[in-house]
Ligand binder design. Structure first.
Ligand code: IPE
Ligand code: IPE
Ligand code: MG
Length: 249
């Protein structure tokens, strides 16, 4: 039995259900490469391997939704050659991983501002989404050119357009209305957000959706991440007492 397929046993012997939605800020590729004295691009390549492992493990653990932060709206500020390496790798992943994703029952969606990418990349995204449309075992969102603030601003702009067109009464806009205009419309909020590499910040990830997410920061660099690390994070998640502002006792 692989590490990922072992049930998560608590002290009482019960197996609590896996968190429904896990978000991961996949950080530390550059430091992983620097520690080995190899180019950053190799760190990103090793990070893509870790992503493959984690998608597999998440499916085996019964997680239904996985949102992976792969490229932020601020990552465009990196040197042009790194942006080129990263987008090239992402495009390669989208093209060559689709068969594996279909085999694993994964439905892939991209959240973020895809219009920031060139037409080739946009076509690759659409192809991958269309090819995995019918899968239901595991939903994987890849956050590309994604920023939480930009996502909320886009939703606000869409609502303003609807209001000006007379399609919506501004007085009726509530949290649910705004949530329906986010890239994550119709998806559950993340129960658990993991960040690797030891940094303790969200860096603009799922700012609206994280209101009551449990946050877990693991020191491991993303290219070293494996099923065991994911199991540790889920075990820690199960030790948390989620109150959502109410009282449990
Ligand atoms: C995460 O690794 C990948 C992206 C942000 C695209 P980094 O490239 O941020 O690696 P570090 O944080 O510099 O180690
Ligand atoms: C967050 O990591 C974005 C991704 C993991 C894709 P960064 O490395 O870009 O974040 P900062 O700059 O350390 O906050
Ligand atoms: Mg980083």
């Amino acid at each position: 039995m692989s590490a990922a397929s072992q049930p998560i046993l608590q002290a009482g012997g019960t197996t609590p259900p896996a968190p429904v939605h896990v978000g991961i800020i996949m950080d530390g590729n550059g430091r992983w490469a620097a520690a080995r004295g190899v180019p950053r691009a190799l760190g990103h390549k090793a990070g893509a391997e870790a992503t493959r492992r984690v998608v597999e493990a998440a499916g085996q653990m019964g997680i239904s939704w996985l949102t992976l932060f792969a490229f932020s709206s601020e990552n465009w500020r990196r040197p042009a050659d790194e942006v080129r390496d990263l987008t090239g790798l992402l495009r390669h992943y989208l093209r060559h991983e689709v068969g594996q994703l279909v085999e694993k029952g994964v439905r892939l969606r991209v959240i973020g501002d895809r219009s920031a990418f060139g037409p080739g990349m946009q076509a690759e995204i659409e192809r991958a989404e269309a090819a995995t449309l019918g899968n239901t075992r595991l939903n994987v969102n890849v956050a590309l050119s994604y920023g939480g603030r930009a996502e909320i601003a886009r939703a606000a702009a869409a609502l303003a357009r609807h209001a000006v067109a007379g399609e919506i009464d501004p007085a009726s806009i509530d949290e649910a209305t705004l949530a329906r205009h986010l890239d994550t419309a119709g998806m559950p909020d993340p129960d658990l957000i993991i960040r690797t590499s030891g940094e303790s910040r969200l860096s603009n990830f799922l700012l609206w959706q994280c209101a009551y997410s449990e946050l877990i920061f693991q020191p491991v660099l993303w290219p070293d991440y494996d099923a065991g690390h994911l199991r540790e994070a889920v075990a820690e998640f199960h030790r948390r007492d989620r109150r959502f502002g109410a009282r449990t006792g």
